[in-house]
Write a protein that binds this ligand. Structure first.
Ligand code: HOZ
Length: 427
């Protein structure tokens, strides 16, 4: 008898490519049918067959306070009753913009968009418009959404499915994107020595979260800042994943770097389609209607998404929240790794705030080449074992995981119990 979940997957595949609206969700990297989820509450989700899971995907990062947080839901309910979108300015947008500028001092002005892809695409266009240069630099395995210029040696789903260079991106366009190795300072210095004055911008995930999770060597980010500044190129921090997730001030507050532009998404909308890009006032004023760089969006800054974002960020400002979140994330990931090691498996982990990486590999990787040497087959079996035991991890060895501020000791203990059972039977 086919489960309701599997019936839905069959049906979905007839009318939606691959049955999903974003590739990694399809479970292709791990095999089996994706879980069709019906509801979530706090740190847990339930699928259409009534199975319960502790959620470490958190909608791929946005749900800093778990599912259906009462304060967020209440605020959204109230504002939705007054209209979903006006395509005109609202007071709420100013409140969110002011808050973002306060929490991330490198941002003097900010513009709201509806997705992280839009934010990064717009930031790249703005950097090109501002500098009058064409070349952009990105790092192998970093993912900055699916804009043409950025789908070159990309991470996340593109990496998971072996399509880091997407078909459909004209070679002439991709030729303007230079790809370097993450954390490779000599390579960066060589490029700037040779072509620094042709580079419009360097875009980087200050903590890479789309090739699993890779920490930057602090001197890598420092050198990046020095070189871009010396050559008149802009430094764009893509904090779509890390913004308000690893710390209230993002990865830039942890590493003490002031980028020219920052892109935000995920947590800023608390589960609603909301993203942003912002930074130096002189650069942001190159945007239409003030300047020559065009960028727009019908639903940009709509009151519902903005309200969800505001409610979410206000909750994030509770003193001590990120310390507690960081401790819980470490307890979960270090616990899993310790149990696996006790069973003889090579494992490593890293985390910051509520974001983590777990590798079937002895030492933590520092770049994509090293990430690729982790044991993907073992991850696959581990993933399915944990899923069967009620723990929902990202269905790819190349995605980061997330813990919310409402994951507690009950979830921790249940997760570690599941890990004990799974490692006992893992090959
Ligand atoms: N590319 C996203 C994770 N890095 C996946 C988004 C989704 O499938 O919802």
């Amino acid at each position: 008898m086919t489960s309701f979940n599997d019936q839905l997957f069959d049906r979905a595949q007839l009318c939606i490519p691959g049955g999903v609206n974003s590739p990694v969700r399809a479970f292709r990297a791990v095999g089996g049918a994706p879980r069709f989820l019906e509801r979530g509450a706090g740190p847990r989700v339930w699928d259409v067959d009534g199975r319960e899971y502790i959620d470490y995907v958190c909608s791929w990062g946005p749900l800093l306070h778990g599912h259906a947080h009462p304060a967020v839901i209440e605020a959204v309910r109230e504002v939705a009753g007054k209209g979903l979108s006006f395509g005109a300015p609202t007071a709420l947008e100013i409140e969110l913009a002011e808050l973002v500028c306060r929490l991330m001092p490198s941002i003097e002005q900010v513009r709201l968009t509806s997705s992280g892809t839009e934010a990064t695409m717009s930031a790249i266009r703005l950097a090109r418009g501002f500098t009058g240069r064409s070349k952009i630099v990105k790092f192998d395995g970093c993912y900055h959404g699916h804009g043409d210029a950025l789908l070159v040696k990309a991470g996340s789903g593109a990496l998971t499915f072996g399509q880091p260079d997407s078909s459909g991106v004209p070679a002439e366009l991709a030729a303007h994107t230079i790809v370097l190795n993450y954390n490779d300072i000599p390579q960066l210095e060589a490029l700037f020595a040779q072509a620094g004055d042709t580079i419009a911008a360097v875009i980087v995930e200050p903590v890479a979260g789309n090739m699993n999770m890779v920490l930057p060597q602090p001197e890598f980010l420092t050198r990046l800042r020095q070189l871009t500044e010396a050559h008149g190129a802009l430094l764009i921090f893509d904090e779509v994943m890390t913004g308000f997730r690893v710390a209230l001030g993002g990865a830039q507050s942890i590493y003490g770097i002031c980028p020219d532009l920052t892109t935000l998404g995920k947590v800023i909308g608390g589960g609603m389609p909301l993203a942003a890009f912002g930074g130096r006032r002189d650069v942001m004023q190159y945007l239409a209607p003030l300047g020559p760089v065009y960028q727009a969006g019908t639903l940009s800054g709509n009151p519902v998404a903005v309200t969800a974002g505001l409610a979410n960020l206000k909750l994030a400002m509770e003193p001590g929240l990120y310390e507690r979140l960081g401790e819980m994330t470490r307890a979960v990931t270090e616990g899993i790794v310790r149990i696996g090691q006790e069973h003889g498996f090579a494992l490593s982990t890293c985390s910051l705030g509520g974001m983590f990486g777990i590798y079937f590999r002895e030492a933590l990787p520092t770049n994509l080449g090293e990430v690729l040497t982790s044991n993907k087959e073992r991850f696959k079996h581990f993933f399915h074992g944990m899923l069967d035991a009620g723990v929902y991890l990202a269905p790819s060895a190349f995605e980061a995981g997330f813990v919310s501020s409402v994951h507690g000791t009950t979830e921790l203990e249940q997760t570690l119990d599941a890990a004990r059972t799974v490692f006992r039977h893992l090959d």
